[in-house]
Ligand binder design. Structure first.
Ligand code: GLU
Length: 216
């Protein structure tokens, strides 16, 4: 088991994400990463093998601004525990970032299909196909609608997932989806949160909603 944290709202996302990852450390993991969309619409992604504290050292001096972001601790199932296989994963354009807990069972077929259609892959994970499926949907029938693009992508998946997705072209939208792997969400006056379980949200609110399987 490993972890996801997401935030969108009026506060700086990065400190919230890192604090949330620390709270999820008890679940076990081999690598960690964050992605934030900043005020200029740039999507900044940082990830590395090792502990959340290693990620924090890696973040020193980097561009960490933005009121929206996603974060992940990985427990590798497909692909070695390396920097490149750490989440978040990006689409081909570097405008869409995803984090995933679980296993995409039909990732081989999806990866072949996507590669035939011109997508290039930067990792050995099963998860990366999700970023490229969202890209396909965003560039096609779901242009400008991140919820529809994630819905379209998820409809092609088999397996288990908790997903969080951000897009530089939709800088006020954090989209999450769940099937099998746990995910909770919460809304407060300061913003909306998502997490693998209630521990990162306990200091924020007592009102947490457990996503049902199939919900986005
Ligand atoms: N199957 C994915 C991977 O190996 C996600 C693992 C996880 O749940 O952390 O990257």
């Amino acid at each position: 088991m490993c972890g996801i944290v997401g935030y969108v709202g009026g506060r700086e996302a990065c400190p919230i994400l890192l604090k949330g990852l620390h709270r999820l450390e008890y679940r076990g993991y081999d690598s960690a990463g964050v992605a934030m969309v900043d005020e200029d619409g740039a999507l900044n992604v940082y990830k590395c093998k090792g502990k959340v504290s290693d990620l924090e050292h890696f973040l020193a001096g980097k561009e960490l601004g933005g009121n929206i972001g996603i974060a992940h601790t990985r427990w590798a199932t497909h692909g070695a525990p390396t920097d490149k296989n750490a989440h978040p994963h990006l689409d081909c354009t570097g405008r869409i970032a995803i984090v995933h807990n679980g296993i995409i069972e039909n990732y081989r077929e999806l990866r072949s299909y996507l590669a035939r259609n011109g997508h290039t892959f930067a990792s050995d994970t099963d998860s990366e196909v999700v970023a490229h499926l969202v890209e396909d949907a965003w560039d096609g029938p779901c242009k400008g609608d991140l919820v529809a693009a994630v819905s379209n992508a998820v409809s092609r998946l088999e397996g288990s997932w908790a997903l969080a997705v951000v897009c530089a072209d939709a800088p006020d939208q954090l989209v999450v989806a769940r099937n099998g792997s746990p995910l909770v969400v919460a809304s407060t006056p300061e913003g909306a949160y998502a997490a693998s379980d209630v521990t990162p949200l306990a200091s924020v609110t007592a009102h947490v909603i457990q996503l049902e399987n199939g919900q986005i």
